[in-house]
Design a protein around this ligand. Structure first.
Ligand code: A2P
Length: 295
Protein backbone atom coordinates (compact mmCIF):
# COMPACT_ATOMS: atom_id res chain seq x y z
CA UNK A 1 0.00 0.00 0.00
CA UNK A 2 0.88 3.67 -0.34
CA UNK A 3 2.74 3.96 3.00
CA UNK A 4 3.42 7.52 4.08
CA UNK A 5 6.67 9.43 3.85
CA UNK A 6 7.25 11.85 6.71
CA UNK A 7 8.62 15.29 5.89
CA UNK A 8 11.19 17.01 8.11
CA UNK A 9 8.42 18.88 9.97
CA UNK A 10 6.28 15.80 10.61
CA UNK A 11 3.80 16.31 7.74
CA UNK A 12 3.05 13.01 6.01
CA UNK A 13 2.54 12.38 2.30
CA UNK A 14 2.07 9.23 0.26
CA UNK A 15 5.20 8.39 -1.79
CA UNK A 16 3.30 8.08 -5.05
CA UNK A 17 1.43 11.27 -5.87
CA UNK A 18 -0.30 12.42 -9.01
CA UNK A 19 1.15 14.97 -11.43
CA UNK A 20 -0.72 17.30 -13.78
CA UNK A 21 2.15 18.99 -15.65
CA UNK A 22 0.96 19.71 -19.20
CA UNK A 23 -2.51 18.36 -18.43
CA UNK A 24 -4.80 20.71 -20.31
CA UNK A 25 -7.31 22.42 -18.03
CA UNK A 26 -10.20 20.66 -19.77
CA UNK A 27 -8.57 17.26 -19.09
CA UNK A 28 -7.37 17.96 -15.59
CA UNK A 29 -10.60 17.59 -13.62
CA UNK A 30 -11.25 14.17 -15.14
CA UNK A 31 -7.65 13.05 -14.66
CA UNK A 32 -7.49 14.14 -11.02
CA UNK A 33 -10.93 12.60 -10.46
CA UNK A 34 -9.67 9.30 -11.88
CA UNK A 35 -6.57 9.55 -9.69
CA UNK A 36 -8.58 10.15 -6.52
CA UNK A 37 -10.86 7.23 -7.42
CA UNK A 38 -7.83 5.02 -8.01
CA UNK A 39 -6.56 5.89 -4.51
CA UNK A 40 -4.02 8.69 -5.00
CA UNK A 41 -4.03 11.05 -2.02
CA UNK A 42 -1.34 13.51 -3.12
CA UNK A 43 -1.83 15.84 -6.07
CA UNK A 44 0.98 18.02 -7.39
CA UNK A 45 0.17 21.07 -9.50
CA UNK A 46 1.65 24.55 -10.04
CA UNK A 47 0.42 28.07 -10.60
CA UNK A 48 2.40 27.96 -13.84
CA UNK A 49 0.48 24.94 -15.16
CA UNK A 50 -2.73 26.95 -15.37
CA UNK A 51 -4.88 24.13 -14.01
CA UNK A 52 -5.18 24.76 -10.26
CA UNK A 53 -8.90 25.54 -10.53
CA UNK A 54 -9.55 22.20 -12.21
CA UNK A 55 -7.54 20.36 -9.55
CA UNK A 56 -9.67 22.02 -6.86
CA UNK A 57 -12.83 21.16 -8.73
CA UNK A 58 -11.88 17.47 -8.87
CA UNK A 59 -11.12 17.48 -5.17
CA UNK A 60 -14.53 18.93 -4.35
CA UNK A 61 -16.34 16.54 -6.70
CA UNK A 62 -14.57 13.55 -5.11
CA UNK A 63 -16.36 14.13 -1.82
CA UNK A 64 -13.13 13.36 0.04
CA UNK A 65 -12.48 15.32 3.21
CA UNK A 66 -9.95 18.10 2.73
CA UNK A 67 -7.49 16.51 5.15
CA UNK A 68 -7.46 13.23 3.25
CA UNK A 69 -5.57 14.70 0.30
CA UNK A 70 -2.15 16.36 0.26
CA UNK A 71 -2.30 19.30 -2.16
CA UNK A 72 0.99 20.63 -3.44
CA UNK A 73 1.47 23.64 -5.69
CA UNK A 74 4.28 25.93 -6.82
CA UNK A 75 4.88 29.66 -6.95
CA UNK A 76 5.94 30.80 -10.42
CA UNK A 77 9.07 33.02 -10.75
CA UNK A 78 7.16 36.10 -11.89
CA UNK A 79 5.56 36.10 -8.42
CA UNK A 80 8.88 36.01 -6.53
CA UNK A 81 9.54 38.70 -3.93
CA UNK A 82 8.11 38.82 -0.40
CA UNK A 83 4.76 40.57 -0.95
CA UNK A 84 4.36 39.05 -4.40
CA UNK A 85 4.70 35.53 -3.03
CA UNK A 86 2.25 36.17 -0.18
CA UNK A 87 -0.17 37.25 -2.88
CA UNK A 88 0.70 34.22 -5.02
CA UNK A 89 -0.45 32.03 -2.12
CA UNK A 90 -3.82 33.83 -2.11
CA UNK A 91 -4.20 33.35 -5.87
CA UNK A 92 -3.43 29.63 -5.66
CA UNK A 93 -5.58 29.02 -2.58
CA UNK A 94 -8.58 30.71 -4.17
CA UNK A 95 -8.15 28.83 -7.45
CA UNK A 96 -7.75 25.53 -5.59
CA UNK A 97 -10.71 26.45 -3.40
CA UNK A 98 -8.90 25.74 -0.13
CA UNK A 99 -8.03 27.69 3.00
CA UNK A 100 -4.73 25.96 3.50
CA UNK A 101 -2.22 24.52 1.03
CA UNK A 102 -0.40 21.43 2.24
CA UNK A 103 2.90 21.88 0.43
CA UNK A 104 3.86 25.17 -1.25
CA UNK A 105 7.18 25.31 -3.07
CA UNK A 106 9.20 27.67 -5.25
CA UNK A 107 9.00 26.43 -8.85
CA UNK A 108 12.68 27.02 -9.58
CA UNK A 109 15.55 29.20 -8.43
CA UNK A 110 16.00 32.52 -10.20
CA UNK A 111 19.81 32.51 -10.32
CA UNK A 112 20.00 35.93 -11.97
CA UNK A 113 17.90 37.41 -9.17
CA UNK A 114 18.56 35.16 -6.24
CA UNK A 115 17.61 37.92 -3.80
CA UNK A 116 14.03 37.71 -5.07
CA UNK A 117 14.14 33.93 -4.70
CA UNK A 118 15.19 34.40 -1.07
CA UNK A 119 12.43 36.95 -0.47
CA UNK A 120 9.92 34.53 -1.97
CA UNK A 121 11.13 31.81 0.37
CA UNK A 122 10.85 34.18 3.34
CA UNK A 123 7.21 34.66 2.38
CA UNK A 124 6.78 30.88 2.44
CA UNK A 125 8.25 30.89 5.95
CA UNK A 126 5.67 33.49 7.00
CA UNK A 127 2.84 31.45 5.46
CA UNK A 128 4.11 28.40 7.33
CA UNK A 129 4.29 30.27 10.64
CA UNK A 130 0.75 31.57 10.07
CA UNK A 131 -0.58 28.08 9.37
CA UNK A 132 -1.64 28.94 5.82
CA UNK A 133 0.60 26.16 4.52
CA UNK A 134 1.66 22.93 6.23
CA UNK A 135 5.07 22.53 4.59
CA UNK A 136 7.30 24.58 2.32
CA UNK A 137 10.00 23.69 -0.13
CA UNK A 138 11.71 24.24 -3.43
CA UNK A 139 11.99 22.74 -6.88
CA UNK A 140 14.85 22.46 -9.34
CA UNK A 141 17.37 23.61 -6.72
CA UNK A 142 20.96 22.45 -7.21
CA UNK A 143 23.21 21.99 -4.16
CA UNK A 144 24.70 25.49 -4.48
CA UNK A 145 21.20 27.00 -4.60
CA UNK A 146 20.30 25.07 -1.45
CA UNK A 147 23.49 26.32 0.24
CA UNK A 148 22.80 29.92 -0.71
CA UNK A 149 19.19 29.67 0.46
CA UNK A 150 20.14 28.04 3.76
CA UNK A 151 22.54 30.91 4.56
CA UNK A 152 19.75 33.48 4.27
CA UNK A 153 16.65 31.71 5.61
CA UNK A 154 15.56 29.76 8.70
CA UNK A 155 13.35 26.85 7.69
CA UNK A 156 14.98 23.90 5.93
CA UNK A 157 12.87 23.10 2.84
CA UNK A 158 10.74 20.02 3.35
CA UNK A 159 11.01 18.96 -0.29
CA UNK A 160 13.14 19.60 -3.36
CA UNK A 161 11.29 18.55 -6.49
CA UNK A 162 13.71 17.78 -9.31
CA UNK A 163 13.84 16.03 -12.67
CA UNK A 164 14.62 12.45 -11.74
CA UNK A 165 14.21 9.29 -13.80
CA UNK A 166 16.62 6.47 -14.66
CA UNK A 167 18.37 8.49 -17.40
CA UNK A 168 18.96 11.45 -15.07
CA UNK A 169 19.32 10.58 -11.41
CA UNK A 170 21.03 13.73 -10.06
CA UNK A 171 22.91 11.84 -7.34
CA UNK A 172 24.68 15.00 -6.12
CA UNK A 173 21.35 16.76 -5.57
CA UNK A 174 19.91 13.69 -3.88
CA UNK A 175 22.93 13.57 -1.56
CA UNK A 176 22.65 17.27 -0.72
CA UNK A 177 18.93 16.87 -0.02
CA UNK A 178 19.54 13.87 2.23
CA UNK A 179 22.27 15.67 4.19
CA UNK A 180 19.91 18.56 4.89
CA UNK A 181 16.89 16.36 5.67
CA UNK A 182 15.04 17.42 2.51
CA UNK A 183 12.80 14.90 0.77
CA UNK A 184 13.74 14.48 -2.90
CA UNK A 185 10.64 14.49 -5.08
CA UNK A 186 10.96 13.20 -8.61
CA UNK A 187 9.29 15.10 -11.43
CA UNK A 188 8.96 13.18 -14.68
CA UNK A 189 9.54 10.06 -12.55
CA UNK A 190 8.85 7.74 -15.48
CA UNK A 191 10.82 9.91 -17.84
CA UNK A 192 8.06 11.72 -19.71
CA UNK A 193 10.59 14.47 -20.32
CA UNK A 194 12.62 11.98 -22.41
CA UNK A 195 9.84 11.77 -24.97
CA UNK A 196 7.56 14.80 -24.59
CA UNK A 197 7.19 16.46 -28.01
CA UNK A 198 8.97 19.78 -28.40
CA UNK A 199 11.65 19.22 -25.75
CA UNK A 200 14.59 18.53 -28.06
CA UNK A 201 15.63 16.16 -30.81
CA UNK A 202 17.17 12.68 -30.87
CA UNK A 203 16.06 11.70 -27.42
CA UNK A 204 15.53 8.13 -26.33
CA UNK A 205 12.44 7.34 -24.30
CA UNK A 206 13.35 5.75 -20.99
CA UNK A 207 10.05 3.85 -21.26
CA UNK A 208 11.64 1.85 -24.08
CA UNK A 209 14.83 1.01 -22.26
CA UNK A 210 15.73 -2.70 -22.65
CA UNK A 211 17.02 -3.06 -19.07
CA UNK A 212 13.72 -1.80 -17.71
CA UNK A 213 11.85 -4.02 -20.16
CA UNK A 214 13.71 -7.09 -18.88
CA UNK A 215 13.11 -6.27 -15.21
CA UNK A 216 9.48 -5.46 -15.93
CA UNK A 217 8.97 -8.76 -17.72
CA UNK A 218 10.52 -10.72 -14.84
CA UNK A 219 8.07 -9.20 -12.39
CA UNK A 220 5.05 -9.21 -14.69
CA UNK A 221 4.94 -5.40 -14.46
CA UNK A 222 5.36 -2.49 -16.89
CA UNK A 223 8.53 -0.36 -17.23
CA UNK A 224 6.63 2.58 -15.69
CA UNK A 225 5.72 0.47 -12.66
CA UNK A 226 9.33 -0.67 -12.30
CA UNK A 227 10.53 2.94 -12.33
CA UNK A 228 7.95 3.95 -9.71
CA UNK A 229 8.93 0.98 -7.53
CA UNK A 230 12.59 2.08 -7.88
CA UNK A 231 11.69 5.55 -6.55
CA UNK A 232 9.63 4.03 -3.77
CA UNK A 233 12.36 1.65 -2.61
CA UNK A 234 14.92 4.46 -2.66
CA UNK A 235 12.73 6.60 -0.40
CA UNK A 236 11.70 9.29 -2.87
CA UNK A 237 8.36 10.90 -3.57
CA UNK A 238 7.27 10.49 -7.20
CA UNK A 239 4.45 12.21 -9.06
CA UNK A 240 3.73 10.41 -12.34
CA UNK A 241 1.45 12.28 -14.72
CA UNK A 242 -1.19 10.71 -16.90
CA UNK A 243 -4.55 11.64 -18.30
CA UNK A 244 -5.41 8.04 -19.14
CA UNK A 245 -7.50 6.33 -16.42
CA UNK A 246 -5.97 2.90 -17.07
CA UNK A 247 -2.41 4.20 -16.81
CA UNK A 248 -3.37 6.37 -13.81
CA UNK A 249 -4.51 3.26 -11.93
CA UNK A 250 -1.57 1.14 -13.10
CA UNK A 251 0.95 3.71 -11.91
CA UNK A 252 -0.36 3.27 -8.37
CA UNK A 253 -0.33 -0.53 -8.58
CA UNK A 254 3.28 -0.87 -7.44
CA UNK A 255 2.87 -2.31 -3.96
CA UNK A 256 2.78 -6.01 -4.78
CA UNK A 257 6.35 -6.59 -5.91
CA UNK A 258 9.86 -5.82 -4.71
CA UNK A 259 12.95 -5.04 -6.78
CA UNK A 260 16.14 -6.82 -5.73
CA UNK A 261 19.26 -4.83 -4.87
CA UNK A 262 20.93 -5.86 -8.14
CA UNK A 263 17.89 -4.66 -10.07
CA UNK A 264 17.94 -1.30 -8.28
CA UNK A 265 21.65 -0.98 -9.12
CA UNK A 266 21.14 -1.79 -12.77
CA UNK A 267 18.47 0.91 -12.95
CA UNK A 268 20.84 3.37 -11.21
CA UNK A 269 23.46 2.47 -13.83
CA UNK A 270 21.23 3.74 -16.64
CA UNK A 271 21.98 7.33 -15.64
CA UNK A 272 23.36 9.34 -18.58
CA UNK A 273 23.88 12.54 -16.65
CA UNK A 274 21.96 14.52 -19.26
CA UNK A 275 18.89 16.44 -18.23
CA UNK A 276 15.79 16.59 -20.40
CA UNK A 277 14.38 19.75 -18.85
CA UNK A 278 15.85 23.22 -18.47
CA UNK A 279 19.13 23.81 -16.64
CA UNK A 280 18.25 25.52 -13.33
CA UNK A 281 21.31 27.76 -13.73
CA UNK A 282 20.30 28.91 -17.19
CA UNK A 283 16.73 29.99 -16.72
CA UNK A 284 15.46 31.59 -19.89
CA UNK A 285 14.53 35.17 -18.89
CA UNK A 286 11.39 34.92 -21.02
CA UNK A 287 9.99 32.46 -18.46
CA UNK A 288 9.56 35.53 -16.24
CA UNK A 289 7.07 36.90 -18.76
CA UNK A 290 4.50 34.28 -17.82
CA UNK A 291 2.05 36.14 -15.62
CA UNK A 292 -0.08 34.17 -13.23
CA UNK A 293 -3.61 35.56 -13.53
CA UNK A 294 -5.53 36.80 -10.52
CA UNK A 295 -7.98 34.30 -9.09
P1 A2P B 1 -0.59 9.91 -20.79
O1 A2P B 1 -1.04 11.14 -20.05
O2 A2P B 1 -1.19 9.79 -22.15
O3 A2P B 1 -0.73 8.65 -19.95
P2 A2P B 1 6.16 11.78 -16.45
O4 A2P B 1 5.19 11.88 -15.31
O5 A2P B 1 7.36 10.96 -16.10
O6 A2P B 1 6.55 13.12 -17.03
O7 A2P B 1 5.44 10.97 -17.62
C1 A2P B 1 4.25 11.40 -18.16
C2 A2P B 1 4.13 10.90 -19.56
O8 A2P B 1 4.10 9.47 -19.55
C3 A2P B 1 2.86 11.32 -20.24
O9 A2P B 1 3.13 11.50 -21.61
C4 A2P B 1 1.92 10.14 -20.03
O10 A2P B 1 0.99 10.09 -21.08
C5 A2P B 1 2.87 8.98 -20.08
N1 A2P B 1 2.50 7.86 -19.19
C6 A2P B 1 1.97 7.94 -17.97
N2 A2P B 1 1.85 6.73 -17.41
C7 A2P B 1 2.34 5.85 -18.31
C8 A2P B 1 2.48 4.43 -18.32
N3 A2P B 1 2.10 3.71 -17.29
N4 A2P B 1 3.03 3.87 -19.43
C9 A2P B 1 3.40 4.62 -20.49
N5 A2P B 1 3.28 5.97 -20.54
C10 A2P B 1 2.76 6.58 -19.45
Amino acid sequence: MNEFLTLNNGVRMPPIGFGVFQSAPEETTAAVGAALTAGYRHIDTAAGYGNEREVGEALRRSGLARDEVVLETKVWVSDYGYDETLHAFEKSAIKLGVQQIDVLILHQPMPQHFDRTVQAYRALETLLADGRVRAIGVSNFLPHHLDALRKQTDVVPAVNQIELHPYFTQSAVQRADAELGILTQAWSPIGGITFYPGWGENRRSVLEDPVLARIAQEHGKTPAQVMLRWHLQQGRSAIPKSTNPVRIAKNLDVFDFVLRADELSSIDALDRGVRGGPDPDEVDPSTWDLEIPEA
